[in-house]
Design a protein around this ligand. Structure first.
Ligand code: NAD
Length: 336
């Protein structure tokens, strides 16, 4: 079997994780990653024998003892699919500047507008829509979390409409540039962009979202109120989530009571980087009143989209079996 040749453009929070996940796949080969300046991430990539292709000045790498493998165009010339993990808006620029002229398929991240791609993507919801597409956008970490749990309960019980609030981490743990440090910052735009973003994947989902940012770096937390088509019990919903891939039911009873304890659990599971790619739903916070369902879920923003990128690569290359791709990705990454 010929391996899918993958390049990663942008080697930050998401890019370094995607690169590592690609290296775990038996049907993929990591051709290399881009670097635009020397830093500790580049040093580790070099030590792990990952070829580095320059976007910026090569001299910066040379001065620090790294020979680059060429320019970004050299990476693209050997690549079937590129995963663009650059900051928002740069993916769109890269599409026009590099991917279209070099006839390379590209996977974009949720920071890009939906129009950058032929399809917005969450593997367990709409894999088939992305088959053989040239440009696929993996939706944001928050949208991925909403899509995974809402699609599961919609399939099993039927969802009439959804109101959800995103309590978002202020910055990633390593990030010294963003905040807030001592405030809660509401998004003063209704609805927040998350609801319309969910509809790019779950086209018929009736959903309204609000959002705010808090001084925490670990995870996002969502509270959801869902009007169901029929009355459901908490136990039925917990069982549904237990049977849903990339969703984990966590329990107060096991003293997993906070985002901090979820992150500690991920470390104890000995996941790479202490990641938790599954969306974590608290069993004791699943409640009902008439046809209304309430639940809370936590999102590890740095890792939930990583398996989605791997499945998006296979979909772009025409691998037909969604369930098989998800199972292969999960097995390689130790995901439930
Ligand atoms: P990041 O800042 O951690 O990493 C971006 C990387 O791209 C950096 O290494 C930077 O040097 C590099 N870069 C910048 N300009 C470049 C260019 N012109 N060409 C090539 N490389 C360039 O960003 P991130 O958090 O990994 O986010 C990447 C994308 O993933 C964004 O669309 C973001 O919205 C999305 N996303 C982020 C998270 C998160 O929580 N961090 C979660 C889900 C999705």
């Amino acid at each position: 079997m010929e391996k899918i040749r993958v390049g990663v453009v942008g080697y930050g929070t998401i890019g370094k994780r995607v690169a590592d996940a690609v290296r775990l796949q038996k049907d993929m080969e990591l051709v290399g990653v881009t670097g635009n300046s020397y830093n500790y991430r580049m040093e580790i990539a070099h030590r792990n024998n990952i070829p580095i292709y320059c976007v910026g000045e090569e001299s910066d790498f040379k001065a620090n003892g790294i020979d680059s493998s060429g320019k970004i165009e050299d990476l693209l010339s050997q690549t079937d699919v590129v995963v663009d993990c650059t900051p928002k808006k740069i993916g769109k620029e890269n599409k026009e500047k590099y991917y279209i002229p070099n006839k390379v398929k590209a996977i974009f991240q949720g920071g890009e507008k939906p129009a950058v791609a032929d399809v917005s993507f969450t593997a367990q919801c709409n894999y088939k829509e992305a088959l053989n597409k040239d440009f696929i956008r993996v939706v944001s970490c928050n949208t991925t979390g909403l899509c995974r749990t809402l699609s599961a309960i919609d399939r099993q019980f039927g969802v009439a409409d959804v109101v959800a609030t995103m309590i978002r981490r202020g910055a990633d743990p390593w990030d010294i540039r963003h905040g807030p440090i001592n405030a809660i910052v509401p998004v003063l735009e209704l609805p927040s962009h998350h609801g319309p973003d969910v509809q790019t994947v779950l086209h018929n989902m009736d959903i309204v979202t609000t959002a705010l940012s808090v001084p925490s770096t670990l995870m996002h937390l969502h509270t959801l109120t869902v009007e169901m088509r029929r009355a459901v019990t908490s136990a039925e919903v917990a069982e549904c989530f237990r049977n849903t891939t990339r969703v984990r039911v966590v329990r107060n009873a096991e003293q997993v009571r906070s985002t901090a304890e979820i992150m500690e659990l991920a470390k104890d599971l000995q996941r790479g980087r202490g990641d938790m790619p599954e969306i974590c739903v608290w069993e004791e916070a699943i409640g009902t009143k008439n046809k209304k369902l309430f639940y809370m879920q936590a999102i590890h923003q740095e890792s939930d989209v990583i398996p989605e990128n791997i499945d998006a690569i296979r979909a772009a290359m025409g691998f037909l079996d969604a369930a098989k791709s998800i199972a292969m990705t999960n097995a390689s990454m130790g995901i439930k």
